[in-house]
Design a protein around this ligand. Structure first.
Ligand code: NAP
Ligand code: HSE
Length: 455
């Protein structure tokens, strides 16, 4: 612990413990945190037996008008100076990104301070380094808001469901994709039309690719995989796809087949074989499953534990208030720990056990992952073309479960949509490469995985 440690003030002294907060990043989430914390501060302080002081906030532009007012003297532009301020016990890193945010996080942890973070990009990329610093310097790193916003999935995994090992975690963790797919299906709108609305509503990240290409969901899946399995999964061992290629037609066809298309994070662990898979991709889920009914910007995560069975958490995965709720929960946990009245989240001994856990699992190769698929491709409408495609399937050992094909009037083309029985990812990748190269196949075929969710 740092010499400014709040615990140095001692829980046993008469004066209430004084906790200093430094909020780095006072945008959507940072302002939300202070808005709600300031409003509930008296109750919170009474419950915690500690007083909470906002030491300062840090931003890029101190003169920008902000909806949540704080005294100008508390606003600065040097994040490291705020981290170093001895009155700051808890650093809330709410600036985002992996550059300066990483410097801030490591500097605070090296000083033995508590860092509360909502930054999935940073944690998924530099988690190993961050937790080494926690282990070495004895601080704390809390990050409930980094996955599924206001949905307490990290607490559930770490605390409520701690008796379990997790063969499967399947979740809708990107609200933007879920909003797009939900409105396309409900209103029969095109992807482009709904995307325009999502942008207007501020749902889409400034770098749209994070949402639309599955990167955001991948980052969140990496964090959940670490918590469940002790392994930081590198991107090149995962299946990451976005929703740009999904059309209204696919959504309707999936429905005919008894499914709904959702963008999912899927983490599977085969304990017997020591294998793990991690993916973030659009997939077909059964129409009557709980996840199929998680709509709009909501998130929903099914955690399947070997003891408890499946628990599904649903709620608001993003936005100022939901995310602030998770950050404030972490701040309260941190204060309790600083008072010595709660167990320390991911303590150094605990982190050693994660290393042991992670060492017992390897990422499955594509030949070892079996999945059913939904496929769509467009063929020239001439005799024998289907036979060419089905020959590829036969040669790659792909067994077709269901087919719907129809001619597109006036174009001499036919659309084929089908579902398959489980096949390896490697065989499907080979088949798709071969089908794409057939002269009678027009445009790239679409392949979506079918996920039979556990409930
Ligand atoms: P935001 O609205 O863009 O706010 C970012 C804040 O950080 C701004 O106040 C900005 O200052 C400040 N900042 C950025 N770079 C800085 C630097 N180098 N030095 C000092 N200040 C700097 O972002 P946000 O939506 O609140 O997101 C913050 C974090 O929460 C991100 O990691 C994000 O992934 C995560 N998160 C967000 C949501 C959500 O719904 N928004 C949900 C879950 C997690 P200026 O205001 O002067 O520009
Ligand atoms: N872009 C993210 C989403 C924000 O749409 O879910 C919350 O992490």
């Amino acid at each position: 612990m740092s010499t400014n440690s709040a615990s140095a003030a001692g829980a046993n002294t008469a004066a209430p413990l004084k906790i200093g907060l430094g909020i780095i990043g006072f945008g959507t989430v940072g302002q939300g945190v202070w808005k709600h914390l300031a409003a509930s501060r008296r109750d919170m302080e009474a419950r915690l037996g500690a007083s909470i002081e906002l030491v300062g906030v840090c931003v890029r532009d101190p003169d920008k008008p902000r909806a949540v007012a704080i005294p100008r003297a508390k606003i600065s532009t040097d994040p490291l100076a705020l981290v170093d301020n001895p009155r700051v016990n808890i650093v809330c890193e709410l600036m985002g990104g992996t550059g300066a945010a990483c410097d801030v996080t490591l500097r605070a942890l090296r000083a033995g301070k508590v860092v509360v973070s909502a930054n999935k990009a940073l944690i998924s990329a530099r988690g190993a380094e961050i937790f080494k610093a926690v282990s070495r310097f004895g601080g704390q790193f809390l990050f409930e808001a980094s996955v599924a916003g206001g949905v307490p999935v990290i607490k559930s995994l770490r605390e409520g469901l701690v008796a379990n090992r997790f063969p499967e975690i399947t979740g809708i963790v990107n609200g933007t994709c879920n909003y797009l797919l939900t409105r396309m299906e409900r209103e029969g709108l095109s992807y482009e039309a709904v995307l325009r609305d999502a942008r207007k509503l501020g749902y889409v990240e400034a770098d749209e690719s994070l949402d639309l290409d599955g990167v955001d969901a991948f980052q969140k899946a990496v964090i959940l995989a670490f918590l469940a399995h002790g392994k930081w999964v590198p991107r090149n061992k995962t299946l990451v796809e976005g929703i740009r290629a999904v059309t209204l037609e696919d959504i309707q066809r999936a429905r005919d087949f008894g499914y709904r298309i959702k963008h999912l994070a899927v983490i599977r662990r085969d304990f017997a074989r020591g294998l793990m898979t991690l993916g973030a991709y659009p997939a077909l889920v059964p129409l009557d499953s709980i996840l199929a009914r998680v709509d709009g910007v909501h998130n929903g995560i099914s955690l399947t534990g070997d003891v408890v069975g499946t628990t599904t958490l649903i709620g608001r995965g993003a936005g100022q208030d939901a995310t602030a709720s998770a950050v404030i929960g972490d701040i309260v946990d941190a204060i309790r720990t600083l008072k010595g009245s709660a167990f320390k989240f991911l303590s150094s001994a605990d982190l050693d056990s994660y290393d042991t856990l992670g060492a017992t699992v390897r990422m499955a190769e594509l030949e070892e992952i079996h999945t059913s698929f939904y496929l769509r491709f467009l063929l020239r409408d001439v005799p024998g073309v289907s036979a060419e495609v089905y020959r590829v399937f036969a040669e790659e050992g792909i067994s077709v479960a269901r087919v719907v094909q129809y001619a597109n009037p006036g174009t001499r083309t036919g659309t084929h949509t089908l579902s398959t029985y489980p096949v390896t990812e490697a065989a499907m990748a080979r088949a798709l490469r071969r089908i794409r190269s057939l002269r009678t196949v027009l445009g790239p075929p679409l392949a979506l995985r079918i996920v039979e969710t556990r409930e």
